[in-house]
Write a protein that binds this ligand. Structure first.
Ligand SMILES: [Fe+2]
Length: 243
């Protein structure tokens, strides 16, 4: 039953990877690249709101546990329970390591396009509230918008930033604490229905397990296919503004 959905995901991922900005990323001026990352940060800042919104909207207790647990990872703690740097702070740190200044990050205004895309992204989680597949829809949207496509974005942006961020620190860790790890732990590794728990699950695959459990008809699959297609178009448009 998930064949069409998985096929569509593969199609959308390939389409997204072919965005002209990703294709030409290596020849882009560094200042233009930093500007994209600074605009992209506005979407990262809205991820917490999105996760909170989905937590309020979900009634399915099992998926709620997973969503809550992914959100809690945004605010890591050490073994004594003391707060460590949040993922937003790590993002800020990576931007500084890439050559952005604090002033530049803090004072660059969100473009009108970014604002619209951020708002339209949030709409995915509130529209169709009365629809019979509403919960399946928001889980699908969350997984595709905040995990599957994010890892593709960072995979391609990483190609440009890796030369400056992949050098190792004194304790032999990759210097990037944000982009590099999200590219890996958000990625879709398995098709929906084929998740393997061996080796640990990525965020995409953790959420896919709930989709497998909740999607019970080809109609529900079609509903998810439409949502993922709309989300892919929206993310595509975010990068269009820089062409
Ligand atoms: Fe994630």
């Amino acid at each position: 039953m998930f064949e069409q959905l998985n096929k569509n995901e593969a199609f959308l991922i390939e389409k997204f990877k072919k965005h002209p900005l990703f294709v030409s990323i290596n020849t882009m001026e560094w200042s233009d690249f930093l500007n994209i990352l600074i605009q992209r940060r506005f979407l990262s800042l809205s991820i917490v709101n999105t996760y909170e919104l989905v937590i309020d909207a979900l009634c399915d207790l099992e998926s709620l546990k997973t969503v809550r647990s992914i959100l809690s990872e945004e605010y890591p703690r050490n073994t004594k329970g003391e707060p460590l740097l949040s993922h937003r702070e790590l993002l800020f740190q990576d931007l500084i390591s890439l050559g952005a200044t604090r002033e530049q990050i803090l004072t660059t205004a969100e473009t009108q396009e970014t604002k619209i895309i951020r708002q339209k992204s949030l709409d995915f989680f509130t529209k169709n509230f009365d629809h019979q597949y509403y919960e399946i829809g928001i889980l699908t949207a969350l997984r595709f918008w905040a995990e599957v496509l994010v890892s593709i974005e960072y995979e391609y942006l990483w190609k440009k930033m890796s030369e400056r961020l992949s050098e190792k620190t004194n304790d032999n860790k990759v210097k990037s604490e944000f982009y590099y790890f999200h590219k890996i732990h958000d990625a879709k590794i398995s098709d929906i229905g084929n998740e393997s728990i061996f080796g640990g699950l990525t965020h995409s695959d953790e959420l896919a397990i709930h989709l497998k459990r909740l999607i019970a008809s080809p109609e529900a699959c079609d509903y998810c296919i439409d949502i993922e297609s709309d989300i892919c178009n929206l993310k595509y448009k975010f990068y269009d503004q820089f062409l």
